[in-house]
Design a protein around this ligand. Sequence first.
Ligand SMILES: NC(=O)C1=CN([C@@H]2O[C@H](COP(=O)(O)OP(=O)(O)OC[C@H]3O[C@@H](n4cnc5c(N)ncnc54)[C@H](OP(=O)(O)O)[C@@H]3O)[C@@H](O)[C@H]2O)C=CC1
Ligand SMILES: O=C(O)C1=N[C@H](C(=O)O)C[C@H](O)C1
Length: 269
Amino acid sequence: MTNLPGIVITGASGRMGQMLIKTVLESDKAKLVGVVERAGHDWVGRDVGECMGGAAVGVAVTDDALEAFSKAQAVIDFTAPEATVEFAALAAQARAVHVIGTTGMGEEHLTKVNAAARHATVIRAGNMSLGVNLLVQLTKKVAAALDEDFDIEVIEAHHNKKVDAPSGTALMLGEAAAEGRGVNLEDVRDSGRDGITGARKKGDIGFTAIRGGDIVGEHDVLFAAAGERIILRHLATDRAIFARGALKAALWGQGKAPGEYDMIDVLGL
Ligand SMILES: NC(=O)C1=CN([C@@H]2O[C@H](COP(=O)(O)OP(=O)(O)OC[C@H]3O[C@@H](n4cnc5c(N)ncnc54)[C@H](OP(=O)(O)O)[C@@H]3O)[C@@H](O)[C@H]2O)C=CC1
Ligand SMILES: O=C(O)C1=N[C@H](C(=O)O)C[C@H](O)C1
């Protein structure tokens, strides 16, 4: 039991934070050695099991990330971009594998994560589920097989608390479609149409984001041509799929050379 890799979860009180804590506590392949919340949060100093409404699990919530990371083999981090860049530096300092699920990262954040990955093993993906990563590969294949007579649109739907759009998954799918087609996504990306937009530009990859209720995460990649349509779809109905993928990544990362990896590497797809 004591030789199992120790895991720290950041953003403990969040939707994913709580799902990750539950997943690690239930696992027989890893043990929970720390949970982090930001300073001033009312969970800090309390047992995380009790904070989540259950029995005590013997792990107190801390706001000292570096101290927690230094006792761990991996940090699983689904928080926000500003927090993730700080955690990336601290995880590298503590020599812990950093699994990043946070989305909405801009160039300024990615540069800092890349810097941390020069000294540490970082595994980052906008979606940690097996199904979506398979869909990424299928999207690349379908896009490579079709020409620009097929318009590509990525349509995503999420709960009404989500703060970033398009979703990290939609961007992964858009990148895959662009790669399959042999173009750069930023040259053909068309997000957030509104008003007199003019006709659709041939070769563009469009993005539409729906927000409502408690939708966990739904993604369609539409290939639409005259007379026919192909739709590749993934529906997430339980956040446990992301947590299981993240834990798999944390275990896979043990002993890997420093660098930045993704779930395609972890799953061998
Ligand atoms: N890659 C994947 O498979 C998936 C990725 N995600 C992504 O994970 C992230 C979290 O999602 P979700 O759990 O729904 O979000 P929540 O808002 O429920 O949780 C976010 C957590 O991060 C903490 N946090 C936010 N900002 C900071 C900060 N600056 N410093 C310290 N802690 C901070 C929050 O603390 P506080 O409450 O105090 O603000 C909270 O505990 C999002 O980016 C989402 O897109 C989600 C699902 C799957
Ligand atoms: O914020 C979420 O909830 C989710 N975020 C990820 C994304 O941005 O794609 C993954 C999943 O769809 C849920």
